[in-house]
Design a protein around this ligand. Structure first.
Ligand SMILES: Nc1ncnc2c1ncn2[C@@H]1O[C@H](COP(=O)(O)OP(=O)(O)OP(=O)(O)O)[C@@H](O)[C@H]1O
Ligand SMILES: [Mg+2]
Length: 366
């Protein structure tokens, strides 16, 4: 059986399958390969068809072993964890499954290998792990914040009294002022920690994303003031109001846009865009739903590979006076909205943060 033996209809079916399909005959030669398999393995059909599977895929020992075992035993195998293909240098987690190819009379005449891209599932799993870490931290933080808040109020109050007691030209005035300023800083950290730890979920109402983004940009543009940052927006006007918590989403986009501007203290370009992703499936067993993607991109210095893994971990900050809670809060809010936050960054090439939110419209409107 090879490409020539298949009807045009059969070939069209094979080419339209989203999973990669490779068929190997009894002699170990590749007889069929669909476009999805070409894309996932980074090898073209022309290179592979007719070649010996073991030689062509020598760099993927797990696949070679699975195909060999199915060929000799006739047993179907599946591997979720180990198989990672690297076309164009990208590491792609895949689920590989082998089936014996059987003639109607039951004789094994080859092996079928299917490959399924698990990238989005792995991303989702990472988001879930992050949420787990946060919930442990949350319980701890809530307790700590509660204990610290009252004495902190006392310190600030006493410093304010002291400030008032001192003569307005006293050299000592500087001290209570530092105390007040630093107490306010601790208070801000605690408020953010509580936000991170709070169990309150989103309060859903129809939200016009573009209005939220527009308001934030207006405010931030003024804050950016004289800085040489140009701002571009590209909104998809067809996006309807979505069911979300407006205050929480405002916080998300404010944090992300502020980070972008802070990354461009030397100037640059801020781009905020929105679009609808049709048929985005977060997990295989979840129904397919439409998602809205909001992207905040900057042309700042980007994030090093080493730091990229740490962004979003509470208290990770590279800034003087940064609390390192901004992105963690964003991740929490987005996850509670059943969405996803993705960070793409290359040192020297800027940063792009994508917020994916389910496009759920108000039930009243149907
Ligand atoms: N757009 C960006 N460009 C470069 N680095 C970024 C960007 N966004 C986040 N980071 C990195 O991630 C870190 C964590 O960001 P996060 O918003 O959580 O905290 P922060 O900005 O440092 O403090 P805070 O938000 O409380 O002021 C930052 O310190 C920075 O190193
Ligand atoms: Mg920040």
């Amino acid at each position: 059986m090879s490409h020539e033996d298949l009807s045009e209809y059969g070939l069209t079916v094979l080419d339209s399958v989203g999973d990669g399909v490779i068929v190997i005959n009894r002699e170990g030669a590749v007889t069929l390969m669909n476009p999805a398999a070409e894309e996932m393995t980074g090898r073209s059909r022309r290179q592979v068809l007719g070649s010996c599977f073991v030689d062509t895929f020598v760099a993927e020992p797990v696949l070679v072993e699975m195909v060999g075992r199915t060929a000799s035993s006739g047993v179907s195998l599946s591997d979720q964890d180990n198989v990672v293909l690297c076309p164009t240098g990208r590491v792609m987690p895949v689920n590989a499954t082998t089936f014996p190819l059987l003639r109607p009379d039951g004789e094994a005449i080859g092996v079928i290998l299917t490959l399924r891209d698990l990238t989005s599932i792995r991303e989702l799993e990472a988001a879930v792990r992050q949420a787990d870490r946060l919930s442990t931290l949350g319980t701890l933080a809530a307790g700590l914040a509660h204990e610290v808040k009252n004495p902190l109020g006392g310190i600030k109050g006493a410093a304010q009294l002291l400030e008032r007691e001192l003569d307005s030209d006293s050299e000592l005035l500087e001290y209570p002022r530092v105390m007040i300023k630093e107490a306010e800083r601790i208070d801000k950290i605690i408020r953010q920690l509580l936000e991170l730890a709070s169990p309150r979920g989103p309060r859903y109402q129809p939200v016009n994303l573009h209005m939220v983004l527009g308001d934030i940009m207006l405010l931030q543009r003024e804050a950016a003031g004289s800085r040489e940052v140009s701002v571009t927006t590209a909104f998809d006007p067809s996006i309807p109001p979505i069911m979300a918590d407006e205050a929480q989403l405002t916080q998300v986009f404010l944090n992300l846009i502020r980070n972008a501007l802070e990354a461009m203290s030397e100037g640059g370009r801020l781009t905020v865009s929105s679009r609808v992703l049709a048929e985005y499936q977060l997990a295989r067993n979840e129904s397919i739903s439409r998602m809205v993607a909001v992207e905040v991109s900057d042309t700042g210095p980007g994030i090093s590979v080493e730091n990229l893994a740490k962004v979003g971990t509470p208290f990770f900050s590279t800034k003087d006076g940064g609390t390192g809670l901004g992105v963690a809060i964003c991740q929490k809010i987005v996850a509670e909205h059943r969405g996803m936050l993705k960070i793409d960054s290359k040192p020297g090439q800027g940063t792009r943060i994508t917020v994916l939110l389910p496009l759920i419209q108000s039930p009243a409107k149907g």
